[in-house]
Design a protein around this ligand. Structure first.
Ligand code: 5GP
Ligand code: ZN
Length: 110
C-alpha cells in the first residue's frame, strides 16, 4: 500500500532497526513506547486490520514472531494487543501486534 507507513517500514523505504525479522513478518520498536518494552509485530504484506487478515499462514507467522521477539528480548511476561478498528484504538491501518513488557500492566485496559 502506497501511503501506508508500516508498508514503508516493511519494504525498508523507512530505515528501521528490526527487533526480529523473517520472510513474512518484521518487528520493530514503537515510536511512542508505552512500556520499557514496546515492540510492534507486523506482516510484510498489507492487511488493514485483523478483520481483513484471512491468510492462516500469516496468522501463524505473526504469533510465531511475537514469541521470537519475547525470546530474543529475554522476556517471559508480556502483553500482546491487537487494536481492531477506531473505537478500539487502532490508528495505523496495517495490522500489528503490540508486545508490551517491563512494567506491571493493569487489567482491564482502558
Ligand atoms: P494502534 O493505535 O494503531 O494500535 O498503534 C499504532 C502504533 O504505531 C502506536 O503505538 C504508535 O506509537 C506507533 N507508530 C505510529 N507511527 C509509527 C512509525 O512511523 N514508526 C513506529 N516505529 N511506530 C509508529
Ligand atoms: Zn501497510
Amino acid at each position: 500500500m502506497e501511503d501506508c507507513i508500516f508498508c514503508k517500514i516493511a519494504n525498508k523505504k523507512i530505515p528501521t532497526e528490526p527487533v526480529y525479522e523473517d520472510e513474512n513478518t518484521i518487528a520493530f520498536n514503537d515510536l511512542n513506547p508505552q512500556a520499557p518494552v514496546h515492540v510492534l509485530v507486523i506482516p510484510k504484506k498489507h492487511y488493514a486490520s485483523l478483520n481483513e487478515l484471512d491468510d492462516e499462514k500469516t496468522m501463524a507467522a505473526l504469533l510465531k514472531a511475537v514469541k521470537e521477539v519475547a525470546r530474543k528480548l529475554g522476556i517471559t511476561d508480556y502483553r500482546t494487543v491487537i487494536n481492531t478498528g477506531k473505537e478500539a484504538g487502532q490508528e495505523v491501518f496495517h495490522i500489528h501486534f503490540h508486545v508490551l513488557a517491563g512494567r506491571p500492566l493493569k487489567w482491564p485496559p482502558g
